[in-house]
Design a protein. Structure first.
Length: 610
C-alpha cells in the first residue's frame, strides 16, 4: 500500500498521465473510436483490433498480412467462429486497399482477390450456418459487414488496375488469397436483355451534384448504373439503376476446402428491392439518383431546349421518351416541358418523387420532347399522336390497364399541350376562327379544310385520366407581346410541315376572314398571346368527363396572390375553375424544382392510386 501511494504521489508530482484512463474529448472523436472501420476511415474496427491482439498478430499484420490472414482463417474454420469471419472481412478489405493504392507495379498480388475475399467473409459472417447466432440489426458490425460486402464486391467486379468504375458482369473461376471460388452469372431477375446495355458503372464511385437528395436504399449488393449504347441523331445514352448481388453457396467448411461456389445476380432497382437468403428477407442496396445524374452529364441535353426552340430541324425527334425501360403494371407520368426548355427541368422533381417507395413501385416517368417554337395546336397534336403511338408500341394487345390511367403534367406551354390531351373541344375552337355562317361553307374531307379541323377539333385521349397544370398560361402570357412575337418570327425556324400547313391554310385565312392574330406563320409565342382567340376559347372549355385536373400556380412576392404573377404569367391567366385543386407556390415561373410544388405533385399522385 505504501508503495502504491508513493507511486501515485510521484505521478502527481511529475504531472504525468496515467498509462490507462479515460480522457474527455469531443463526441465526434469518441464516435470515431467506437465506429471506425476500413470503409469509413481506412482503419480496423475495435473488434478486429481485439482479434489481432487475441492472437498477438498486430505487428505481424503490418509486415506480413497474408500470413496473418491464413492464421485467422484457420482459426475461424476450426472454431467455426463468426467473430473471426468479421475480422477477416475487415482485414482482407484493408489489404485490398493497400494493394490498390500501391505504386509497386511489379506487385504480383491482385487487390481484387482480397476485395472478393472481404465480401465472401462478410457474407459468411452475416448468413453463415455457425453455432453462434447471426448478428442482429443492433450489432454495429452488422452494418459494417454490409458495407464491406458491398464495397468489396464492387471493387472485385472491376478490371485490374482500372480507374473507370466499369463493372465486369461475368462468371468464371475467381481467385481468393487462399484458394478460389467458382462464380456463375444469372440475369434471370433482370427484366431486360443485358445486350441492350453498353456497360455498367459502379454508383459508389460517383458523387452527385445539383440534386437536393440522393435516393439510397440501404441493404446488400452493389448499386450500378446500366448505360445503353448512344443512339439516334443526338447520340444520347439512356441509364437505369440496378444492383449486383453475389450469393455465396456453402460455408466455412467449403471455404477451407476451396470448394465455395457463388452466383452473381443482377436485379433492377425499381422492383420490391428484396431478395431472400436462407429464409430471411434482405433488402437490396439501391441508388436511383446516380443514374439520373450520370445521364445528365451529357451536355447536349442541356442545350436541346434552345436548339429545339430555334431550329426547324428536330435535333431530337418529337416524341415520348422513357429514361427507364418500360415496366408493365406501372402508371405512366408524362412530363411535358415548356417554352425554351427540355426534360432536364424535371430532374429535381422526378428524382425527389422517386425517393418515395410507393411512387417508385407504382409509377413510371415518361418525357415528351418537342420543338417549343412551334404553334401550340401543332405541338399538342404531336403530343397526342406520340402518346397514342407509345401505348400501341408498348402494349399492342391492350393487356396493361396501367397504361390507361395516365397522368400528364405540363409546365407553362406544356400545360396547354396537356390540356388538349384531356379535352373534348367539339367545334368550339373551330367556331372561334370562323364566323357562324361560314361553318357550312367549310369542306372537311380533304385539303386545307381538313387541316384546319385537325388543329382545332380535339377529343380527350382515352389513356389520360388526370392532368396537372404548372405555371400554365391558359389565357396567354403577358410576356408574349407584339415585340417578342415579331422577334420570335425572325429567329425561330419552323419545321417544313408547319410552314406547309400554314401555306395550305393561307387561302382560307383570306376567304373565310380569319382573325388577324391567326394569320401568317405563327410561332408558339403567337399561340400564347393574350389576344389569341383560340387560347382564350380553350381556357373556358372544361376537362372531359372522367378526367381530373389540378393547378399549381406560382406567384412572386407576399401580396394577394389573386393579383400576382410569376414573371411570365398572371394568376388570373393560370386560374381555371374546373380543376379539383389549386395550389399556390410562392416562386417564379420555373417552379418545378421547388419543394412545395414537388410535394403537391406527390400528394396528387398518391391520390391517383386506387
Amino acid at each position: 500500500m505504501r508503495a502504491l501511494l508513493l507511486a501515485g504521489c510521484c505521478l502527481a508530482a511529475c504531472g504525468c498521465t496515467a498509462p490507462i484512463g479515460a480522457d474527455k474529448t469531443t463526441p465526434a472523436r469518441a464516435y470515431r473510436q467506437i465506429h471506425d472501420n476500413p470503409v469509413s476511415r481506412g482503419q480496423p474496427s475495435r473488434e478486429t483490433q481485439s482479434a489481432l491482439h487475441r492472437f498477438d498478430q498486430e505487428a505481424l499484420f503490418e509486415k506480413s498480412p497474408d500470413a496473418v490472414l491464413r492464421l485467422l482463417q484457420q482459426k475461424a474454420v476450426e472454431a467455426r467462429d463468426r467473430n473471426l469471419l468479421f475480422a477477416l472481412a475487415e482485414l482482407n478489405y484493408l489489404v485490398g486497399e493497400r494493394l490498390r493504392h500501391s505504386v509497386k507495379r511489379w506487385e504480383p498480388r491482385d487487390a481484387r482477390d482480397y476485395y472478393l475475399a472481404s465480401a465472401v467473409h462478410a457474407w459468411l459472417f452475416l448468413f453463415g450456418d455457425l453455432e453462434a447466432e447471426p448478428p442482429s440489426a443492433f450489432d454495429p458490425r452488422f452494418r459494417t459487414a454490409c458495407d464491406l460486402y458491398n464495397h468489396g464486391l464492387g471493387w472485385a467486379l472491376t478490371a485490374r488496375g482500372s480507374t473507370n468504375a466499369v463493372a465486369i458482369l461475368a462468371g468464371g473461376a475467381r481467385r481468393l488469397p487462399e484458394g478460389q471460388i467458382d462464380v456463375g452469372f444469372s440475369q434471370t431477375a433482370f427484366p431486360w436483355p443485358i445486350a441492350d446495355f453498353d456497360h455498367f458503372i459502379l454508383a459508389d464511385q460517383y458523387v452527385v451534384r445539383g440534386l437536393s437528395v440522393r435516393n439510397r436504399q440501404p441493404g446488400l449488393g452493389v448499386p450500378l448504373v446500366a448505360v445503353t449504347t448512344r443512339t439516334g441523331q443526338a447520340g444520347i445514352a439512356d441509364t437505369t439503376p440496378c444492383t449486383a448481388l453475389l450469393r455465396i453457396e456453402g460455408g466455412v467448411t467449403e471455404l477451407a476446402r476451396g470448394a465455395l461456389r457463388a452466383e452473381l445476380e443482377l436485379h433492377p432497382a425499381f422492383d420490391q428491392g428484396v431478395v431472400h437468403v436462407g429464409g430471411r428477407a434482405v433488402p437490396l442496396e439501391t441508388d436511383t439518383t446516380i443514374a439520373t445524374a450520370y445521364a445528365l452529364n451529357q451536355s447536349y441535353l442541356w442545350r436541346i431546349g434552345k436548339l429545339q426552340f430555334l431550329s426547324g430541324t428536330e435535333r431530337i425527334p418529337t416524341g415520348v421518351y422513357l429514361t427507364r425501360p418500360y415496366r408493365p403494371g406501372r402508371v405512366p407520368v408524362v412530363f411535358v416541358h415548356g417554352t425554351f426548355s427540355s426534360p432536364v427541368k424535371w430532374a429535381e422533381m422526378a428524382n425527389t418523387l422517386e425517393a418515395d417507395p410507393l411512387i417508385r413501385r407504382r409509377f413510371q416517368f415518361w418525357y415528351f420532347i418537342y420543338n417549343s417554337g412551334n404553334p401550340v395546336m401543332y405541338s399538342a397534336t404531336r403530343l397526342r399522336e406520340s402518346l397514342t403511338a407509345k401505348v400501341r408500341e408498348l402494349d399492342p394487345e391492350g393487356a396493361d390497364p396501367a397504361l390507361q390511367q395516365m397522368v400528364v403534367i405540363g409546365h407553362s406551354q406544356g400545360g396547354l399541350l396537356t390540356k388538349l390531351t384531356a379535352t373534348d373541344t367539339g367545334e368550339t375552337l373551330l367556331n372561334t376562327v370562323l364566323a357562324t355562317n361560314q361553318l357550312g361553307e367549310l369542306k372537311t374531307s380533304s385539303g386545307p379544310e381538313a387541316t384546319l379541323r385537325q388543329y382545332t377539333c380535339f377529343e380527350a385521349l382515352p389513356s389520360v385520366k388526370r392532368v396537372i397544370f404548372i405555371s400554365t398560361p391558359h389565357r396567354g402570357s403577358y410576356a408574349a407581346r407584339s415585340l417578342a412575337r415579331n422577334l420570335a418570327r425572325k429567329l425561330v425556324a419552323l419545321p417544313s410541315k408547319v410552314v406547309s400547313s400554314t401555306a395550305e391554310l393561307s387561302g382560307l385565312t383570306t376567304s373565310l376572314d380569319f382573325p388577324k392574330e391567326l394569320r401568317g406563320t405563327p410561332t408558339s409565342l403567337d399561340s400564347m398571346s393574350p389576344r389569341n382567340p383560340l387560347i382564350l376559347a380553350l381556357a373556358d372549355i372544361p376537362l372531359a368527363p372522367g378526367i381530373k385536373g389540378h393547378s399549381i400556380i406560382p406567384v412572386k412576392g407576399d401580396g394577394d396572390y389573386r393579383h400576382g404573377k410569376d414573371g411570365l404569367v398572371t394568376y388570373q391567366s393560370a386560374h381555371v375553375d374546373y380543376v379539383e385543386s389549386e395550389f399556390i407556390v410562392r416562386a417564379p415561373h420555373s417552379c418545378q424544382d421547388r419543394p412545395a410544388a414537388i410535394e403537391e405533385v406527390r400528394r396528387i399522385l398518391q391520390e391517383h392510386l386506387p
